[in-house]
Design a protein around this ligand. Structure first.
Ligand code: RB5
Length: 365
């Protein structure tokens, strides 16, 4: 493990003590200073720099201190991917790992003694993240952080985007309702899939072309770059395909069939037919429900094994358990969903969810 340390003049003593403690534990440190307490510096510079290093993976975690810890935590938390926790005792330090998965510990040099600070550092280092419902909460923060990179041409991979567009949310509310008819359910799943893809494709590259209107020649835009493929996971994924094809009629469609082995409970492939040029396409794997994540992980595996490179997963509703599984197995895949729900019940259904999407789409129950 590598830890970046940073402090201003008021936090310098704590930082130096923490450094000594970490080195004794054979932990690598990067010391951003400040070197002594009579060297006044702005905590903001050091806090931001350290947080950037943690967010970029140049350091696994960070420990920051200033007089109160407040300035450092405000500065660090402005950096996307930094989760800085200002703690004043070991209980807070422990909870900041268990529940918040904090990657930066912030201490106040004028608030806690060196002795207490070192005790906190020890607890903080040795406490793992608990996951479960806390994972869902952190993912919501992460999704919020990613909101503004949705449309600005950024192609960071492995994003979770929760699409909170009012129309998507309104329609999702209707399909959740148990009394919505099969006909309406089917139409709305199609519409939601279309609205989601409208948002997802806002980064597609365009190029200028010349066209002739009835009045004059002008420059217009056309979509350039890679072609798309839509790959529904059978059978519920089929319900999303038409809504997407209405917007991207030239997309090719692959199909993946997966069932769950009743004895091993593991997902098993029974069908996989993908476009021949799949490696050249942007691929949207569609499945309305991301429940345990087993079939999504397998579907992504199958697509990648056949050469798929830029793969995204589009679902209507996800459970934290499934999301975690997909993120662990395929950290490079962008995941788009309309809602991240609470949990799975003992039968693997998403709660509150909308029931079995396949049955509701095809009227089989
Ligand atoms: C420095 O005197 C002090 O303002 C600073 O260390 C800190 O308390 C900021 O939050």
């Amino acid at each position: 493990m590598k830890i970046v340390l940073g402090a201003d003049h008021a936090g310098c003593a704590l930082k130096n003590a923490a450094k000594e403690y970490l080195l004794k534990r054979d932990i690598d440190v990067i010391d951003l200073g400040v070197g002594s307490d009579d060297e006044p510096v702005d905590y903001s510079d050091i806090g931001i720099k350290a947080a950037e290093m943690v967010a970029a993976g140049e350091s696994d975690r960070g420990i920051l201190s200033c007089g109160t810890g407040i300035g450092m935590s405000i500065a660090a938390n402005k950096v996307r991917g930094a989760y800085a926790a200002l703690c004043t005792d070991s209980f807070m330090a422990k909870m900041s790992r268990l529940h918040n998965n904090a990657n930066i510990l912030v201490l106040g040099g004028r608030v806690v003694s060196v002795e207490r600070a070192l005790e906190m550092v020890g607890v903080w280092l040795d406490t793992p993240f608990e996951g479960g419902r806390h994972f869902r909460r952190i993912e919501k923060i992460r999704a919020y952080e990613n909101k503004d990179i949705e449309g600005n041409g950024s192609h960071s991979k492995g994003r979770l985007v929760i699409m909170d567009h009012p129309l998507i949310q309104h329609k999702l509310g209707i399909i959740r309702n148990t009394s919505t008819s099969v006909k309406e359910f089917r139409e709305l799943v199609e519409e939601i899939a279309g609205l989601m893809v409208y948002e997802i494709t806002r980064d597609l590259p365009v190029e200028e072309i010349e066209v002739e209107t009835p009045l004059a020649k002008t420059r217009a835009k056309t979509i350039s770059g890679k072609k798309m493929a839509v790959v529904p996971v059978l059978r519920a994924g089929l319900g999303m395909v038409q809504g997407i094809l209405k917007l991207i009629p030239n997309a090719k469609v692959g199909h993946i069939g997966v069932y769950r082995d009743p004895t091993t409970l593991q997902p098993v492939e029974y069908y996989c037919k993908l476009p021949g040029d799949i490696e050249e396409r942007d691929i949207l794997i569609v499945d309305p429900m991301l429940a345990t994540g087993g079939s999504s992980v397998l579907a992504i595996d199958l697509v990648k094994r056949r050469g798929g490179k830029k793969v995204s997963l589009v679902c209507l509703i996800g459970a934290p358990e499934g999301l975690q599984k997909v993120k662990e197995a395929h950290p490079d895949v962008d995941i788009y969903m309309a809602a991240l729900d609470d949990h799975l019940d003992e039968h693997g259904y998403i709660v509150p969810g909308l029931g079995d999407a396949g049955d509701r789409l095809f009227g089989t129950k």
